[in-house]
Design a protein around this ligand. Structure first.
Ligand code: GDP
Ligand code: ZN
Length: 347
């Protein structure tokens, strides 16, 4: 009899526990479904031309500038979203696709924010907090120079990993081609071309590669990233030449180069957007996982499976398949050097 009561108690306890767990799951899924339903409803309203679809090009405090089918609109968040924004940071960022209701010819209220396909983040200087800079960018244009500043392979690899992490595509620009190429860069170019990373050599001085770069930027949203002095501003100026130069100039003079890290999307005359990010010359990668590292250096990871020791670091161990492959030229020592420098970032 006592056993039976104990059993019942135990059963009740377990049921309560299961219910508690169940309920939280239920709540979460309901919330997700609710969000999806709102988004679907909003899309329907866009189709029925009750709402308009547009893209956030800049944010100034409460005022959100939206570009939609050839027109600019200054919008604010509708009430319920304002409340949400108090709880969730980055509710709306530059590059977001939004649905808004027009209140007059140039103003409106944002009703819904679409899910982001990609995000560009930056590590904060203090600590390792990620800051969201922009959303839905297609490609990161990693700008390096042949000289001044010196070609830095580890930097390039760090940005390539960050690009992949943010679900964007990379495009490497080797600028200042007029200054000539070192052997290391030439080796690097052929190596990375064989790894299917698109590379364009450019020169703002001679105009080499500029048309090819424009073609790659057409109908895409891009961001330039690179060490200071690599030539990002010069490239943007060359590309934007016929594209509303006053907008860029006034944006810059309004904000002041050193006072803000706010970004804005610049519209390209030949179609597409380019992000202007004063203050983010480089974006830190922070820590990476071993999995990310192995994915990026897949040829090293693959070779490493043949090393004698399971946890071989490919630095001093005997019978290391990676070192052997480097010695007889089947693997690039350039890649291994970069691998070692990134290994230090593995958490
Ligand atoms: P950012 O810091 O990456 O924006 O670099 P800037 O665009 O300010 O360029 C830094 C310096 O490099 C400037 O003095 C430019 O004139 C120079 N520069 C930019 N592009 C080229 C190029 O293709 N060839 C040469 N020789 N110099 C360049
Ligand atoms: Zn090894």
């Amino acid at each position: 009899m006592i056993d039976l009561i104990e059993d019942k108690k135990e059963h009740r306890k377990r049921r309560k526990e299961a219910k508690r767990k169940d309920r939280s799951k239920y709540k979460k899924s309901v919330r997700k479904k609710h969000g999806q339903r709102l988004l679907e409803e909003s899309k329907q309203r866009v189709e029925n031309e009750i709402l308009r679809r547009g893209r956030v090009v800049s944010i100034f405090s409460e005022q959100i500038l939206i570009y939609s089918y050839g027109k600019n609109f200054t919008c604010t968040l509708r009430g319920v979203l304002k409340k949400e924004q108090l709880e969730a940071r980055n509710l709306v960022v530059v590059g977001d696709f939004v649905h808004f209701a027009r209140s007059d010819a140039s103003e409106g209220a944002i009703w819904q924010i679409e899910q982001r396909k990609s995000v560009l983040t930056k590590m904060s200087k203090k600590g390792q907090k990620e800051q969201l800079i922009a959303a839905n960018l297609d490609q990161v244009i990693i700008t390096v120079a042949t000289k001044e500043p010196p070609f830095d392979l580890a930097y390039l690899d760090r940005v390539l990993i960050a690009t992949k992490r943010g679900r964007m595509k990379p495009l490497v620009i080797i600028n200042k081609a007029d200054l000539g190429f070192t052997k290391e860069i030439e080796e690097w170019v052929s190596l990375y071309q064989s790894l299917n990373i698109p590379i364009i050599q450019t020169s703002c001085k001679t105009g080499e590669g500029i048309e090819a770069l424009k073609k790659k930027m057409r109908r895409k949203a891009s961001v330039f990233v690179g060490l200071s002095g690599a030539g990002k501003s010069s490239l943007i100026n060359t590309i934007m030449e016929t594209t509303l130069p006053t907008q860029t100039v006034s944006e810059k003079s309004k904000q002041g180069r050193h006072t803000t890290t706010r970004s804005s999307l610049l519209r390209l005359k030949f179609g597409g957007f380019c992000i202007d990010t004063p203050g983010i010359q480089e974006f830190g990668l922070g820590k990476i996982t071993k999995q990310e590292l192995d994915m990026f250096f897949s040829e090293i990871a693959q070779r490493g499976r043949k090393c004698k020791f399971l946890n071989c670091t490919h630095s001093h161990e005997p019978h290391c398949a990676v070192k052997e492959a480097c010695n007889d030229g089947r693997l690039s020592t350039l890649r291994l050097t970069s691998y070692f420098s990134l290994l230090q970032l593995v958490e």
